[in-house]
Design a protein around this ligand. Structure first.
Ligand code: 5GP
Ligand code: MG
Length: 182
């Protein structure tokens, strides 16, 4: 297992597990039984979603969307295309927009605006990782698990070229791994 890790472990599976439990309890307390819709952005948030959602109790619905931003390949832009799976019914509901990481903030900002346009009663944002040093827009992150610096990270849903999402830990990428398929 150690040899197949792509780099240094930043957050171990155990640390993530503990932090996700805390976040779940915090969110559950904040909404106190009010109906809540989690809108999770594919694919990066799926593992976080599965773990977090089990702490949230009753009255929760889950919606999945895909958000692709048109950037220059290394960074995203403000233009984000949203694809829905199913009806994406957030009208009059409190929503939490869930993603793996807030980087430039463009994706969450655009999707939040879109959910507000669909008549959501409130929209908060929740990410496992927050990378504030990369922010390009004035995004409010309401819930986050850990803050990270300017490293590209993989694991626990986060990918490099679609690989490594299934790693239980969150790791940095060794330079020699970049450009080589996992
Ligand atoms: P933003 O619109 O905030 O710049 O982009 C967020 C998206 O960029 C995330 O959902 C994720 O797909 C990708 N991203 C940003 N930073 C990282 C990172 O360090 N590792 C990985 N794997 N993806 C990242
Ligand atoms: Mg993503």
């Amino acid at each position: 297992m150690n040899d197949s890790r792509p780099g240094r472990v930043l957050f171990s599976a155990e640390a993530i597990h503990r932090r996700v439990s805390e976040l779940g309890e915090q969110i559950r307390g904040d909404y106190a039984g009010r109906p809540l819709t989690i809108v999770a952005i594919l694919k990066g948030s799926v593992i976080f979603l599965a773990d977090l959602a089990r702490h949230l109790g009753h009255g929760v619905t889950i919606e999945l969307i895909e958000a692709s931003s048109y950037g220059d390949g290394t960074t995203s832009s403000g233009q984000v295309a949203i694809r829905r799976y199913g009806k994406l019914d957030v009208q009059g509901r409190d929503a939490i927009l869930l993603d793996d990481i807030a980087d430039t903030g463009n994706t969450l900002t655009a999707v939040r605006r879109s959910l507000e346009g669909m008549g959501a009663r409130s929209v908060r944002t929740c990410v496992l990782l927050d990378k504030p040093c990369r922010r390009q827009v004035d995004l409010v992150v309401d819930y986050f698990g850990f803050e990270v610096g300017d490293d590209f990270v993989v694991g626990y849903g986060l990918d490099y070229d679609d690989y490594y999402r299934n790693l239980p830990d969150i790791c940095t990428l060794r330079p020699e791994v970049v450009g080589v398929r996992a």
